[in-house]
Design a protein around this ligand. Sequence first.
Ligand code: HEC
Ligand code: HEC
Length: 290
Amino acid sequence: MVLTKSVSGCRCFRLPLFLLLISFTYSQSLAQTPAEFFKKNCASCHTIGGGRLTGPDLKDVSKRQSRDWLVKWLLDPEGVLKSGDPYAVKMQKESRGAVMTRAPGITGEMANALLDLIAAESKLEKSQFAGLQISNRPLLPEDIDEGRALFMGGKPLKNGAPACISCHTVNSMESIFGGGRLGPNLTRAYARLQGRKGLSSWLSAPPGLTMTPIFSKYPLDAEEILPLVAFLKKETEMDKPVQSTAMINFLLFGLGGAVLLLVLFDLIWNKRFRGVRKAMIEKTYEGFNS
Ligand code: HEC
Ligand code: HEC
């Protein structure tokens, strides 16, 4: 009795549990091969020989920069950018302002191993990191509907991740359903992550502190990515262009309306003028005749 009470009320379990968790994650990161590390932490933004995603294609990157610079970059990209390094600043401009953040758990040793891996993969005809094969088929209206259902939770995500709406919203849904505030509004995510290819690979292994732990455990199914992309593309398209066409329509209707009114006034006025004149002339004639 006394024992159970003291055990359940004891906080002393927390520290060992915490240490166990730490050592577990630590041993996990030690056990990770560079390829696994790359796949988990880099492939969502970079290919090797598959073209640009959010970040530049890393093929032959060691021919563009020295090993020292690259290691420094991998260990502290934000610091290098902040220091005003011209190469980094130019690179960021080319990435439309996207920022690379330090990969969780990266060490100097891992950074060097990753650069060795990138150099080796750059020599291959086709690297295993040339990017995922994203279907090129046209996006259909059904894809948009399915994506909306996945986003809203009407259709559960296959591998058990929570629906996007629990942390995100988009403009078309916000007024009706609200949505989560933990993550950013995704109305312009399709544009921000550079379209179909960028967004697809982003979703295949979402980086970021909040999404990585959830989606590396409960990843999106390949079949779910295309509909989600279709839905988010539609959201981006509905955002700006609609507003500007609405503005143009308003202006055109306004202008058209004003012209129509002028013409109408002119007609009425003319008629009235003629009417008055006619009567006057007739009166004059009457005078002559009598
Ligand atoms: C969130 C997206 C993102 C992730 C994740 C990411 N990067 Fe980057 N990376 C970028 C962007 C964007 C740039 C261009 C510089 C900038 O805008 O910050 C870049 C630049 C680089 C460069 C320099 C490229 C060149 O052309 O000189 C290297 C090397 C690099 N990243 C390696 C990595 C490695 C290795 C990882 C994984 C540990 C990684 N990146 C993870 C987005 C990312
Ligand atoms: C548990 C909360 C949570 C869930 C669930 C979630 N996200 Fe996120 N998401 C975030 C947060 C927070 C960020 C900001 C970056 C970070 O901290 O990870 C983010 C960032 C993003 C971004 C990048 C936005 C940008 O402009 O950079 C996209 C795209 C995205 N999420 C899509 C989705 C999609 C699609 C789903 C559903 C399949 C989803 N998210 C589910 C929390 C979540």
